[in-house]
Ligand binder design. Structure first.
Ligand code: ADP
Ligand code: GLC
Length: 489
């Protein structure tokens, strides 16, 4: 049985800022189900300690050069009983705020040290010097926060484990001023073009992409896109030279957590053939948000980080025109201050048509998936995206820009695709406000044709997004990492 240490900076339901948490909560369970012996490693943030239940202390690290003392605890992820290793280092992780930022939204200044320690411990656990008996064959690293693991393993003669580096979002690279190096316990030669150096900065992600035995990202289309300049964020050259060791594997979803027939966040349940509950959810949502209560008005939903990546500036631009189509809009999200303000202003201007909730709410996110008629995701780029899966499962066809994982998981609704049974939403090419507007207008005209609409909704809800197939693809990547170790010059 392959042993895998899954190192991550967030895991649902314990701590979540985005899709990485959903993946870290669900993929390890799916891997265990196909016989991979996975343990998850996560920092001991207050949010983790508050929810994790019983743990046992299993190791202490008092002499890691450059790092404060830390300890390792063993517990399990609530919901699925996957073994969870919690890295306890109160001076670095026990703080009020988020995993990466303080309560006012600035990055923690010592992030290199915080995630350097996470990476260092992950690598140590994959070496002969590990204080615990269970030694992984592979350390599976996720995003820049664990990008130094492959570098530590590379420079450690006692290293045993191979490494796999997964890119969930290439826009986040963990680039810091070079002096960082001395505090991280890496040799000087790690900071070179063949290493962590990236345009004069020390880059956690670049180190991972350079030293890992295998690379993956979260959809086949994004794997292609980031080998080119437009979406490569400067890493396209490296990714292209590593193309033979680089796989795009589409994310799955937790089909139990996201199930409209059992979802405990919903006022009413529904499933295919018994759709009345969906209307109840819509009316409840309109009521709760102070929108005109009318189940015939098309209701558009958004749950998202409000950032340039997600393209919601285009949606805000056309929002007044959408109200003229007599559509309603609900937005749940937080992020960019300017976008938050524009959204709030629109809600104030159209109180019975546009509702905006700034913040993070798991419950409201499920209620929007269930209560809306259409789900809007005009992302400029999207490594995978998860909400388009959730919305299909909830019978809420997504409207998406043809990019990354959105292109891989939504099939545009046309007479043909409705007939051959592949339609699952509405897709536009060309990232302009006009294209988005035209596509939403087209979606609304299908919504108004109840036969077509029922067919489309049924096709969406029939889709299978469970993790099994992707988990099997990850197993193959682990095998490749074991069979073809990287030997960088
Ligand atoms: P990303 O990870 O880039 O933000 P994904 O679509 O992969 O995008 O995942 C986002 C996840 O975070 C989804 O589960 C989504 O429902 C959730 N999410 C985003 N913003 C919010 C919010 N304001 N409240 C609740 N959940 C949110
Ligand atoms: C990132 C990406 C998102 C992806 C998620 C999980 O946050 O932005 O597209 O779904 O990671 O892989």
């Amino acid at each position: 049985m392959i042993k895998v240490l899954f190192a991550t900076s967030e895991v649902a339901p314990l701590i979540k800022t985005g899709g990485l948490a959903d993946v870290s909560g669900a993929l390890p369970a799916a891997l265990r189900a196909i016989g991979v012996d996975v343990r998850v490693l996560i920092p001991g943030y207050p949010q983790v300690w508050a929810q994790v239940g019983a743990v046992q202390s299993i190791a202490e690290f008092t002499h890691l050069a450059g790092f404060p003392a830390s300890r390792l605890f063993l517990g399990t992820i609530p919901n699925n009983d996957v073994p969870l290793l919690i890295l306890d280092c109160p001076v670095l992780f026990q703080r009020n705020g988020g995993p990466y930022q303080n309560p006012t939204g600035s990055d923690w200044e010592d992030n290199p040290l915080r995630f350097g320690l996470l990476s260092k411990v992950a690598a140590l656990l994959g070496s002969d010097n590990s204080p615990i008996e269970w030694i992984p064959d592979v350390v599976h690293c996720n995003d820049w926060q664990t990008g130094l693991v492959p570098a530590y393993l590379h420079f450690d003669p006692a290293a045993r484990a191979r490494s796999v580096m997964t890119v969930h979002n290439l826009a986040f690279q963990g680039n810091f001023a070079p002096p960082t190096l001395s505090t991280l316990g890496l040799p000087a030669q790690s900071f070179g073009v063949n290493g962590a150096e990236f345009y004069g900065h020390f880059s956690f992600l670049k180190a991972g992409l350079f030293f890992a035995d295998q690379l993956t990202t979260v959809s086949p289309t994004y794997a292609q896109e980031i080998q080119q300049a437009a979406l490569g964020f400067g890493m396209q050259g490296l990714l292209h030279t590593r193309a033979a060791d680089f796989t795009g594997i589409l994310n799955g979803i937790d089909m139990d957590e996201w199930n409209p027939a059992t979802d405990h966040h919903l006022p009413a349940h529904y499933k295919m053939g018994k759709m009345t509950g969906k209307k109840v959810n819509k009316v409840a949502l309109q009521t709760q948000l102070g929108l005109t209560v009318d189940e015939t008005i098309p209701l558009l939903g958004v749950v998202s980080r409000l950032t340039h990546q997600k393209g919601l500036d285009l949606l805000l631009e056309i929002a007044p025109r959408l109200t003229e189509l007599s559509a309603q809009l609900v937005i749940l999200g937080s992020g960019d201050a300017g976008m938050q303000q524009t959204a709030r202003d629109l809600a104030a201007q159209y109180p019975d048509k546009i509702a905006v909730k700034i913040g993070f709410s798991e419950t409201l996110s499920h209620q929007i998936e269930a209560g809306a008629d259409l789900f809007i995701m005009p992302s400029r780029f999207e490594p995978c995206g998860l909400n388009q899966f959730y919305s299909q499962r909830y019978g809420t066809p997504p409207v998406v820009h043809a990019t990354g994982g959105l292109a891989d998981s939504v099939v545009d609704c046309t007479a043909e695709t409705l007939k051959d049974g592949t339609a699952s939403g509405f897709v536009f090419n060309g990232m302009t406000a006009e294209n988005l507007y035209q596509t939403i207008a087209r979606a609304i005209s299908v919504y108004q044709d109840s036969r077509k609409w029922q067919t489309l909704r049924k096709l969406c809800m029939n889709k299978d997004f469970r993790w099994e197939t992707s988990a099997e693809a990850y197993r193959q990547v682990y095998i490749s990492a074991l069979e073809n170790p990287r030997s960088p010059e």
